[in-house]
Design a binder for this molecule. Structure first.
Ligand code: AMP
Length: 343
């Protein structure tokens, strides 16, 4: 089996590519950034890409598969790959792929995702299938909503119906949505890493998202919010802020991650491995509600290119999630078990 020198780590130039490529270089890999035309400069400037391949649209990645295979590339996925190339295409992708592709379906279908998390024993916000049943604050989320744009809060059926009026499609149909209990607390995004080689769950860090405009509404007093023309909250992510969590929460947080991994092995062959994130709200009662899982690297790990407090404790060297992925691949290659980390 060839060493990490003959394999290259490739990823799409956006989301967490700087971190993924830098981490790969730190582990001795050559790197490839697959960039949309006009976006190459960032990857050149930070010297994280040993090679840049330019494409006209994200879907064109399907047309350069043979070149990537010739380069001995291993593709590290992130949200832009799934979102812009599409699940069906990613599933058909021939280039070696880090992670378990079988888990992607579980993450992208809200119903089976919920079943997975519920079976893992996580607390989940209640779902209201019928607006008539709304008896508390709810958040209404639209399936196609880019970055939480258009989400709204409602307190009962009447309020819901009123606010829904502006969410009709061109054919006068309602956009697809889910009505979820609104958990009052603070958002906390938990970053984990699970290696199939070590079979150990690692805590990589935490972040909260900086969302426009909801994170700024508190700067407008209630009096002004009422007086000004209607301001609707939106949840469009513009950045990520690092967090260190109260230490007494850590045992529960580890247990949650371990149960998610255990359950993933029941629902699909090999289960979930690599980086993943539980998107949670922590309440004043110290309960942790999970409203979503990302079964891959999240952009919330980007503040930790030089490692987080938690990875520093474990590794005593800078260890980003991107670097941890590269190390997993390197260790698999060294052990002659590369196929164990590819999906
Ligand atoms: P999502 O599109 O599901 O990632 O949600 C976007 C944002 O809405 C999150 O980052 C949270 O700030 C907020 N949010 C989502 N679900 C809930 C919930 N059930 N309760 C409170 N806030 C939520």
């Amino acid at each position: 089996m060839a060493g990490s020198k003959s394999y290259k780590i490739a990823t799409i130039g956006s989301h967490s590519a700087l971190q993924i490529l830098k981490g790969a270089q730190q582990e001795g890999f050559s790197t490839i950034a697959i960039c949309l035309k006009g976006r190459e400069n960032v990857y050149r400037q930070f010297k994280v890409a040993d090679k840049i391949m330019t494409i006209g649209s994200y879907k064109e990645i399907m047309d350069i598969q043979d070149s990537l295979i010739k380069e001995h590339a291993i593709l590290v996925p992130h949200a832009s790959l799934i979102e812009y190339v599409g699940l069906n295409n990613v599933e058909k992708f021939k280039v070696p792929y880090y992670g378990n592709k079988n888990i992607l379906r579980f993450e992208s279908d809200r119903d089976i995702e919920r079943e997975w998390l519920a079976n893992a024993g996580l607390k989940l916000p209640k779902i209201f299938n019928n607006p008539k049943d709304i008896d508390r604050a709810v958040i209404v989320k639209f399936h196609g909503a880019k970055g939480g744009k258009g989400y709204f809060l409602a307190k009962n059926e009447k309020d819901f119906k009123e606010k829904m009026k502006s969410h009709m499609t061109a054919n006068n149909e309602q956009e697809k949505y889910v009505i979820q209990e609104y958990i009052v607390g603070v958002p906390m995004f938990i970053h984990y890493f699970y290696s199939p080689l070590t079979e150990e769950l690692e805590l990589m860090g935490f972040d909260k998202r900086y969302e426009s405009n909801v994170d700024s509404l508190g700067r407008v007093s209630a009096r002004d919010q009422i007086a000004l023309p209607k301001i609707d909250p939106s949840y469009v992510i513009v950045g990520n802020i690092p967090i260190v969590v109260r230490e007494s929460f850590l045992p529960l947080i580890m247990e949650m991650g371990e149960n998610v991994i255990k359950e993933s092995k029941k629902i699909t062959k090999g289960g979930l491995w690599g980086p993943f994130c539980l998107e949670t709200i922590m309440t004043p009662e110290q309960e942790i509600f999970t409203f979503e899982i990302s079964a891959r690297i999240v952009a919330g790990t980007n503040p930790y290119i030089n490692g987080s407090p938690y990875t520093w404790l474990k590794y005593d060297e800078p260890m980003s999630t991107g670097r941890r992925i590269a190390r997993d691949i390197k260790q698999a290659i060294t052990a002659g078990q590369l196929s164990r980390v590819l999906g």
